[in-house]
Design a protein around this ligand. Structure first.
Ligand SMILES: N[C@@H](CCC(=O)N[C@@H](CS)C(=O)NCC(=O)O)C(=O)O
Length: 263
């Protein structure tokens, strides 16, 4: 089982031409947790793991200092990086007080942003595609005809979460998407591309994680037991090392959706 080595350092956002200092946390796969600034990473890593860590700008937790926050798009990117066994360095961004350098590297002021070959790349769709092209092994490619399986679940979850009218059909719309996904998994699973995890799962799973926590908290709702394939899918992916290493805290997920629920 892979465990992460973690060292914490301060880095300067020089690429953005700013003197802002931000916290950077380096993660490498290894056998045990070492204290900060302990011995250097072990040589047992793959050749790729000895490469320079990828810099990833990620949402910071709003409940625990210096911890990764709850962005599902960032988790999708981090899952991709972890599943490809690449080392990475997190630059945590306080999205409630965005630093000026963030807009220099992404005018939209959003995360995730990843530095690849000295260029900052924004948007999880673009980043994961570039990662697949640059680091094709292990392949995470989802065949195009399967790439949109489950893709309506997130928007229907958000619709139900924001709904104030219990009879407006939003719960039913979500259930209908989940039921289709359950049937798909029953015939084609356990993952979207059959026996192996792929990019479509790494995009969907963080959104299902948010769905589970947010709907559980705000609506006392959970995926019905009848959707056993979806439940198993969630349980399997949520317990993967890469998922555990990159997930946001439930408290952050709950806090992150509060304004949408109250608004
Ligand atoms: N389409 C983008 C969405 C990224 C996104 O919405 N990120 C959120 C955090 S989860 C963000 O940075 N929000 C800041 C803002 O909207 O001001 C992607 O897939 O990367």
């Amino acid at each position: 089982m892979a465990v992460l080595l973690r060292t914490t350092t301060c880095a300067t956002a020089t690429t953005a031409g700013s003197s802002s200092t931000l916290l950077a946390t380096t993660f490498r796969r290894g056998r045990r947790l070492l204290p900060a600034r302990a011995s250097p990473p072990r040589r047992a890593f793959t050749a790729r793991a000895s490469a320079e860590p990828l810099e990833v700008c990620a949402k910071a937790s709003i409940t625990v200092p210096d911890r990764l926050g709850d962005c599902p798009f960032t988790q999708r990117v981090l899952l991709t990086i972890e599943e490809k066994n690449l080392p990475y360095e997190l630059k945590l961004v306080d999205l409630a007080n965005k630093p000026d350098w963030l807009f220099t590297i992404n005018p939209e002021g959003k995360v995730p942003i990843v530095k690849l070959e000295d260029k900052w790349i924004a948007d999880s769709d673009v980043i994961t595609q570039v990662l697949e092209e640059k680091y094709p092994q292990p392949s995470l490619a989802t065949p195009p005809e399967k790439a949109s399986i489950g893709s309506k679940i997130f928007s229907t979850f958000v619709g139900f979460l924001k709904s104030k009218d219990t009879n407006d059909g939003t719960e039913q719309t979500l259930l209908s998407e989940l039921t289709s996904f359950d049937s798909y998994l029953k015939d084609n699973g356990p993952f979207i591309n059959g026996g192996t995890i792929s990019a479509a799962d790494l995009s969907l799973a963080p959104k299902l994680y948010h769905m589970e926590i947010a709907l559980g908290h705000y609506k006392n709702w959970s995926v019905p037991d009848a959707l056993a394939h979806v439940k198993t899918y969630m349980k399997t992916i949520f317990s993967m090392d890469s998922f555990v290493n990159t997930r946001g805290l439930p408290e952050d997920v709950i806090a992150g959706w509060r304004s949408k629920v109250m608004g």
